[in-house]
Design a protein around this ligand. Structure first.
Ligand code: UDX
Ligand code: UDX
Ligand code: ADP
Length: 479
């Protein structure tokens, strides 16, 4: 089956970059990304490619190359569905905030809407691809909707989960560890659909990295991969607390264990806690699925990853309060970094939101600086928690676009995202302009400990003996 037109429903963090790369690599295929959010689509179409709605290193160059040639962004969802032989569904699937499964199950409302829309529009056979991370067996639900409301059109439903990480999306898409395609491989039509999608990726991904499985394995692999990754972060974060008590250094422990090839060295950075739209949502999802099958031990095992992560965020905020002589009331605290990791403007589930919220409860006066996150986003993240009035959030938390201003006259600085520019700051100058003792809480172990101590800061790092002092031989040790 030859693919000439691809449609992607959802122009978000997954759909946008993925389609841009497909369009760049397949100049003979027309790729149309559609979204109901007009503001988002017009931002993707902004004449200055640097104003596209998602910040990802390298993305604007690819959009500049392909946009208008074979990459299009549009709000005409129906038109794009009608024309395409292959439709990717890449809409949001947040955790349910109401009803059965509230706080755990994925909300499939948007997926269902897409399926109904496709069923209503399609006049010829289509390949439908689940790109969003979805609970196992969503493909079955999609099939039910498509066949029962449809008009005799035949559909093949594939699962093709996206493994890109934000901040490195373009690199991950250009050079993926693997591409996973799940389909109905027991039937000829299913195999043909799988092959059609393989052919798209094969333009730039070596064939041995393209895996084909049945639909359920593919869906479950995606959830499992995210659960394992999150578990590594919670595991090293659990050790960080023990390190702080015992005099071990979590970086040294991580290095030593990472050199065991069975464990591997990646994803062992202790932090203020993981964030992002996927980890928590996918684990909650896994827990919900396990529970619904009565697998309580399996559910409890994975839930612990989230409990540990919540604990890590909470204990970071508590440590600030405790260190500032048990009160932050009326004290200025500068928060450096609001996105959930560096090199992205995405703030979903960012640890910064929860740390700030906790400090606001303690009446702190917060000033936030982030190189890529807009002011409105910071407020909308806080308002979403519904902890206090919108006015109170705006009164007690300010957003600055100058890091030196943000830190001026502060009692403490909290580093919550590992933006590289933070390392380059003139920390002597920041020190001069702060209240003393000048506390820095480094939630990412980003700053050079010895240098910060030399300047005079009281530095609190994650997973290092506390407090840290420079010894005569210039090594940093617990006092
Ligand atoms: C372990 C550590 O591997 C080793 O580094 C340490 O020094 C001592 O403890 P050992 O207990 O000898 O070594 O064997 P190992 O290969 O780690 O297996 C331990 C158990 O885990 C075995 O019962 C093994 O069958 C089981 N296992 C291991 C699995 O069930 N699945 C696996 O993928 C790996
Ligand atoms: C993740 C998966 O990596 C990706 O494969 C999947 O497609 C989507 O979910 P993402 O959430 O974009 O990607 O970023 P990731 O790099 O995984 O980081 C997630 C969170 O964990 C961030 O808050 C990050 O700061 C934190 N993290 C990561 C750590 O605290 N320590 C680490 O060692 C690694
Ligand atoms: P992700 O990180 O999974 O890409 P995002 O929230 O960034 O998630 O993007 C999902 C996009 O899907 C949003 O821009 C949203 O407007 C869009 N969307 C949701 N439902 C529909 C729908 N039925 N039709 C078109 N677009 C939709």
């Amino acid at each position: 089956m030859e693919i000439k037109n691809i449609c992607c429903i959802g122009a978000g963090y997954v759909g946008g970059p993925t389609m841009a790369v497909i369009a760049q690599k397949c100049p003979d295929i027309n790729v149309t990304v559609v979204d109901i959010n007009e503001k988002r689509i017009s931002a993707w179409n902004h004449e200055n490619v640097n104003n596209i709605p998602i910040y990802e290193p390298g993305l604007s160059d690819i959009v500049a190359e392909a946009r208008g040639r074979n990459l299009f962004f549009s709000t005409d969802v129906d038109g794009a569905i009608d024309k395409a032989e292959m439709i990717f569904i890449s809409v949001n699937t947040p955790t349910k905030t109401y009803g059965i499964g509230k706080g755990m199950a994925a909300d499939l409302k948007w997926i269902e809407l897409c399926a109904r829309q496709i069923a209503c529009i399609a006049k010829d056979d289509k390949i439908i691809i689940e790109k969003s991370t979805l609970p196992v067996r969503t493909a079955a639900a999609l099939k039910d909707i498509l066949y029962n409301t449809g008009n005799g059109v035949k559909y093949q439903i594939l699962s093709n989960p996206e493994f890109l990480a934000e901040g490195t999306a373009v690199q991950d898409l250009l050079n993926p560890d693997r591409v996973l395609i799940g389909g109905d491989i027991d039937t000829e039509e299913g195999l043909e659909a799988v092959k059609a999608l393989c052919n798209v990726y094969a333009r730039w991904v070596p064939e041995k990295r393209i895996l084909t499985t049945n639909v359920w394995s593919s869906e479950l692999s995606k959830l499992t991969a995210n659960a394992f990754l999150a578990q590594r972060v919670s595991s090293i974060n659990a050790m960080s607390e023990l390190c702080e008590k015992t005099g071990a250094d979590v970086n040294e422990v991580a290095k030593a264990l990472g050199m065991d090839s069975r464990i591997g060295s990646k994803f062992l950075k202790s932090s203020v806690g993981f964030g992002g739209s996927c980890f928590q949502k996918d684990i909650l999802n896994l827990v919900y699925i396990a529970k619904s099958f009565g697998l309580d031990e399996v559910a409890d095992y994975w839930e612990q990853v989230i409990i540990m992560n919540d604990h890590q965020k909470r204990r970071f905020a508590d440590n600030i309060i405790k260190t500032l002589f048990n009160t932050v009331s009326g004290k200025k605290i500068a928060v450096l970094g609001w996105s959930f990791k560096k090199d992205t403007n995405d703030t979903r589930e960012s640890a910064a939101i929860y740390v700030a919220d906790h400090l606001l409860n303690e009446e702190a006066e917060i000033v936030v600086y982030d190189p890529k996150v807009e002011k409105d986003q910071v407020y909308s993240d806080l308002d979403y928690l519904n902890t206090r009035s919108k006015e109170a959030n705006r009164k007690n938390l300010k957003v600055s676009n100058d890091p030196y201003d943000a830190c001026k006259d502060a009692h403490a600085i909290a580093i919550l995202t590992e933006w590289e520019e933070f390392v380059e700051y003139d920390w002597e100058k920041i020190y001069e302009n702060m209240l003393k003792p000048a506390f820095v809480f480094d939630g990412r172990n980003l700053l050079d400990v010895k240098e910060m101590l030399r300047i005079g800061f009281v530095l609190k790092s994650i997973g290092k003996p506390q407090p840290i002092k420079v010894m005569a031989d210039n090594t940093a040790l617990a006092s």
